[in-house]
Design a protein around this ligand. Structure first.
Ligand SMILES: *Cc1c(COP(=O)(O)O)cnc(C)c1O
Length: 399
């Protein structure tokens, strides 16, 4: 069976998300009946005679645990193909390696810091030309696309840390009219909440470190596509560049995926409760200046979010107006740890201006509204009342 064929199994297609998350790509092991995909912790595979393999030669090229993960992610994204990588950046690095010197890429102006860095500080040296646009401003995006020949548009939605919503369908339509392809970094949503290929995107990227893994215990990445030619090219590059995940990390992501739907439901419910509390608090207290959560009915992207998101997710941000108040708020939290990253079962809080987004020039941060009093929350799956209570008591302490 060719690699491409292996990805096209139809057996689970008609089943719902949670069923596919538990079964697709993860049928009981043919040899032993093990109901969990075995961890094939091996670098190489014995050949019956030179060149006669059982489908695997060397684990950079292919490994059964990794293939199970790739099938699972393809299934969740309703994609024909998926590839797993050693990190989200490894996935983006591999996509960028498919471009040539002189090619142009249009990036959302508040993409993940590491994405900004790899294009401006690494691929710029290889002659890749990157431009930036506010992707929630469709007219501005249209102008950029029409004026230049752009190979790829890369967007994130919701954006980090201001939770702006980008209309995947509108951006994809514009891009296709201009012969460009669209990459959606869907890390913040996870495939349970949004499947970007269904809205016209060409490539989906994930940092599986976040919601797919879900337990803050691994670093990984993934790419999903429908176009078989693009898949073959990326698969070639996956092997050629070598940013592949180890079998154990693949297994951890597979394990996380089995509970993805339950976790996303709970993350979203908890985040909605906190957003509602903060929003109501905003009218009672002068301490809160803004609350950014796409589930709030009067948030700017709410209508587009309703169209392309099943739930509103576990990420949110809010502005406490003053840096000292923000620092004392974080110190007062008992359940939220002050830490970077997101998407794990435990609740985290951070100040993007000082932590995750510190590498952006201050003028850029100010222009975007990323102040040193903006708090970003990755809301975990603890009890809703406990989390709201924690936020409430820390807010009382913060002057
Ligand atoms: C974390 C993250 C990445 C990078 O992923 P790593 O697994 O840390 O390499 C890319 N995009 C987004 C939106 C992220 O949150």
């Amino acid at each position: 069976m060719t690699e491409a064929k292996k990805h096209l199994s139809n057996r689970w297609k008609s089943y719902g998300f949670s069923t596919r998350a538990i079964h697709d790509g993860q049928e009981p092991d043919e040899l032993t009946g093990a109901v969990t995909v075995p961890i094939y912790q091996t670098s190489t595979f014995a050949q019956e005679s030179p060149g006669k393999t059982k489908g695997y030669e060397y684990s950079r090229t292919g490994n059964p645990t990794r293939l199970a993960l790739e099938k699972s992610i393809a299934s969740l994204e309703k994609a024909r193909h998926a590839l797993a990588f050693s990190s989200g950046m490894g996935a983006i690095l591999t996509i960028a390696s498919s471009l040539r010197s002189g090619d142009k890429i249009l990036l959302g102006d508040d993409v993940y810091g590491g994405t900004y860095r790899i294009f401006t500080k690494v691929f710029a040296n290889f002659g890749l030309d990157c431009e930036f646009v506010d992707p929630s401003d469709i007219e501005a995006a249209d102008q950029k696309l029409a004026s230049k020949k752009i190979a790829y548009v890369l967007i994130e939605t919701p954006t980090n840390p201001l939770m702006k919503i980008v209309d995947i369908h509108a951006v994809s339509k514009l891009a296709h009219e201009n012969n460009s392809r669209v990459i959606v970094d869907s890390t913040f949503s996870s495939p349970y909440i949004t499947t970007p290929l269904g809205f016209g995107a060409d490539v989906v990227v994930h940092s599986t470190t976040k919601y797919l893994g879900g337990h803050s215990d691994l670093v990984g990445g993934a790419v999903a596509v429908n176009d078989s030619e693009l898949y073959e090219r990326l698969k070639f590059l996956q092997n050629a560049c070598g940013a592949v995940p180890g079998p154990f990390d693949c297994w951890l992501v597979l394990r996380g995926i089995k509970t993805l739907s339950l976790r996303m439901e709970k993350h979203s419910r908890n985040a909605a409760a906190i957003a509602k509390f903060l929003y109501e608090e905003m009218s009672r207290s002068k301490k809160i200046h803004s609350v950014n959560y796409p589930g709030l009915p009067d948030s700017p992207g709410h209508n587009i979010a309703k169209k392309q998101m099943k739930l509103y997710g576990g990420m949110m941000s809010f502005d406490l107006g003053r840096e000292e108040r923000t620092v004392s708020f974080l110190k007062g939290l008992k359940l939220f740890s002050t830490a970077e990253s997101l998407g794990g079962v435990e609740s985290l809080a951070e100040v993007p201006g000082i932590m995750t987004h510190a590498s952006l020039p201050e003028s850029e941060r100010r222009k975007k509204g990323i102040t040193n009093s903006l708090v970003r929350l990755s809301v975990g799956i603890e009890d809703e009342e406990d989390l709201v209570q924690d936020i409430s008591q820390a807010l009382k302490l913060a002057r």
